[in-house]
Design a protein around this ligand. Sequence first.
Ligand SMILES: *[C@@H]1O[C@H](CO)[C@@H](O)[C@H](O)[C@H]1NC(C)=O
Length: 316
Amino acid sequence: MQTFVNVFLGFFIFEFVGAAPITDTIIYDSEFYNIPFGELPHAFAFDENKQSDEVETEIGTELPSVIQESYSSAPSTEETEDEASTPKLIDGSSAQGSGVLGPQTQDDLPTCLLCTCLGTTVYCDDRELDAVPPLPKKTTYFYSRYNRIRKISRNDFANLNHLKRIDLTANFISEIHKDAFRRLPQLQELVLRDNRIRQLPELPSTLTFIDVSKNRLGRRGIPNEAFKNLDELQHLYITDNNLDHIPLPLPESLQALHLQNNNIQEMHEDTFCKMRDFTYVRRALEDIRLDGNPINLSKTPYAYMCLPRLPVGNLI
Ligand SMILES: *[C@@H]1O[C@H](CO)[C@@H](O)[C@H](O)[C@H]1NC(C)=O
């Protein structure tokens, strides 16, 4: 674990010194699938190893999870996922973690002892956290992946007016207060992948990137018109959630919609296009993934007329 921290921090500091924006450890663009595994950055390799361990435990394959996600059509079962991830978190923890955390205070100092603060980035991955720690007011990027956070309360992110990215991948979050993210004036990227979320909270209209894949949104977890007013939203990832419908309406700005491994059975001709306006073109939306759903895309041939590319899914 210590080796990872060093390797990661090396990568992290390199990024920081280079004044580049903090790069993501999960790469979503389709170009990624062509990159040979050995050429991936260290941080990415770490996350993948960790996830591929889980995949091995779950279904006995050595496919890395990204590849798993893109090619498998079998929905993963939630139960085995939980069993597999729990010991993983305990296993990867440091002994002194909870001792340093101690009682929560409003003071900024303990958070930056427990986590790593570099500039305005607070980096708390894999620290056995049970809750979001109090964050410095100027925090811009907050990473808290591989922890044990169960709940996001109303004031966890209160007054963090500079916050642009929240990444809470791989926690145990089942409850999010509906206003927890709403008053974050600069929030652009919200990553809640691999949790137990049943209900999406209110989302700020500044978001450009949302990933709530591998949660439990099911039939009712996404409120009506949840994404309607997100005028800047470009990437929306809701794979592996047992969704039974495509959330509508989708903002014009949307470029990528990933809905693999859900339970979507039908689509309407108006889902993406406008049946009454054949001149309408939805230019931005180039990447729609519906594979791993019990839907026959051949049944709605007119539903894709306005799109630059056909969705990926069953054309049988
Ligand atoms: C899918 O839809 C097409 C067009 O309606 C139909 O010809 C085909 O039999 C369907 N396939 C399945 C597996 O239902």
